[in-house]
Write a protein that binds this ligand. Structure first.
Ligand SMILES: Nc1ncnc2c1ncn2[C@@H]1O[C@H](COP(=O)(O)OP(=O)(O)OP(=O)(O)O)[C@@H](O)[C@H]1O
Ligand SMILES: Nc1ncnc2c1ncn2[C@@H]1O[C@H](COP(=O)(O)OP(=O)(O)OP(=O)(O)O)[C@@H](O)[C@H]1O
Ligand SMILES: [Mg+2]
Ligand SMILES: [Mg+2]
Lengths: 256, 256
């Protein structure tokens, strides 16, 4: 049975999409079948993997509102073992259209139920908001991976996110674990990054991944070629760090 | 009559809040009365100016839903000439509660009508989404300032944002101008930044501000002290660039 991990943080620009794409590819590189669900209307996971937006293509929007089963919408990528459920701007309408529906927070969970047995991992890239799309992803997931930049505003949002996760656990009776907190774009030359990292390690202790993702321009270049970092520049520090993260997640699973 | 400028881009982490806070302070430093409206449930403009979140304080949420006039909720900041309409996580509920209301997109416009004559500039810090909060800000504004990072995903979202602005103009009959496109966190040592900047200048020509905001750690440090960059480190490159931006906006107004 596949494990479903939501990649979420309502703070914008913290590396959710970069982590979703590159962790999915690094897990697939371990000879595993992986599905990446793009649940952000910006569709950055879709274009970051070189898939053009096409108004005639089925996306997460149709799957969420139940008009098509997930198998009809999932497409292969150029990367071995990695499949994608694409997204485009139409997905933004789901935040309004889901409001009226019964069990609006479980739509993605139900849609993914059929896909769980086909993939070893399913990753969900979330938008920068605690909206119905993110609530759907958290309700569908077994665990949540929280990318965070070591900066002041990023610290602010963490308590809101943890609060939302706790509310999901209580109100939906859903056992959502924290897969881990991932420090991204880490630049150890600045005091700010070191200070924020210390604060986070004290507060969250062993929930923080040992793997830290460094700030590396190659990671920002890769999506403009439609490739995960493993295909774009496998010897870069960015690629090494996501390969290590995948190993850490696989090891954590063995021991839990 | 005060000019209302929305600071918007649905791409996360591009410098909306940093621009809203520091441009507001730089305009106020020209002996002008400026109001900063925090319209993001993250409340980063609020904490970035050193205002603690307080559940008993009135915020943008109450003003939007019409339970209190804006004058009751606006508070002074430690910075001369700069006032703030604060926000907190409660504002997230407005995206759902506004859906049912008539003229849901004009709530902020109506709320600001009384305040326009009291301030020379009103800036609105938007969340990273094309949601009802951002639609409200665009419908209330005379112009929109679009911060953008010179990176691949940031380019992706621009056409969606321009599409939304055009739709606002057509469907609400509202003459919304582009105040300008602002390049932020610019690092001229990378090819990616130079390439993206070239693409943007070709595409948008004179809609791009001459002022470019450099990547500068002092800008990321300032909010952890609750201060705009002008108070935290006025001699930094970050402060200089926002002072220049304020001058450029004031000059553009003279000549238009
Ligand atoms: N480790 C890194 N080093 C350098 N650049 C990075 C790194 N991780 C991400 N980036 C770049 O930073 C920007 C923000 O990252 P990304 O888009 O992945 O964040 P996000 O959280 O998904 O944003 P959003 O909130 O808009 O969904 C992108 O331009 C990306 O290419
Ligand atoms: N010019 C700059 N140089 C260095 N760091 C910057 C600069 N501008 C902003 N930052 C930092 O980058 C991060 C993102 O900026 P900011 O929070 O202002 O973006 P935003 O668009 O408001 O994000 P969101 O989409 O979450 O609202 C913050 O930690 C901020 O301190
Ligand atoms: Mg993203
Ligand atoms: Mg912001």
């Amino acid at each position: 049975m596949g494990k479903i991990i939501a990649v979420a943080n309502q703070k914008g620009g913290v590396g959710k999409t970069t982590t979703a794409i590159n962790l999915a590819a690094a897990l697939a590189a371990n000879d595993l079948e992986v599905l990446l669900v793009d649940s952000d209307p910006q569709g950055n996971s879709t274009t970051g993997l070189g898939i053009d937006k096409d108004p005639d293509r089925l996306t997460t929007y149709q799957v969420l509102l139940g008009s098509h089963p997930i198998q009809d919408a999932v497409i292969p990528t150029a990367f071995q073992g990695l499949s994608l459920l694409p997204a485009d701007q139409n997905l933004a309408a789901a935040n309004i259209e889901l409001v009226e529906l019964p069990e609006r927070q479980f739509k993605l969970r139900h849609a993914l139920a059929n896909a769980r047995s086909l993939y070893r991992y399913i990753l969900i890239d979330c938008p920068p908001a605690l909206d119905l799309l993110t609530i759907n992803a958290l309700s569908a997931a077994d665990s949540v991976l929280i990318p965070i930049q070591c900066e002041f505003f990023a610290l602010e949002g963490i308590s809101e996110l943890i609060g939302t996760i706790d509310r999901i656990k209580e109100s939906f009776g859903h056992p959502l674990e924290i897969e881990g907190i991932l420090l991204t774009m880490y630049d150890d030359r600045t005091n700010l990054a070191r200070q924020v990292a210390n604060d986070l390690r004290e507060f969250f202790e062993n929930e923080i991944f040992r793997t830290v993702i460094p700030r590396s321009i190659r990671l920002a270049e890769a999506p403009s070629f439609g490739q995960p970092i493993l295909a774009y520049d496998v010897r870069s520090r960015g690629a090494e760090s996501y390969i290590r993260l995948a190993k850490e997640i696989l090891e954590n699973e063995q021991t839990s």
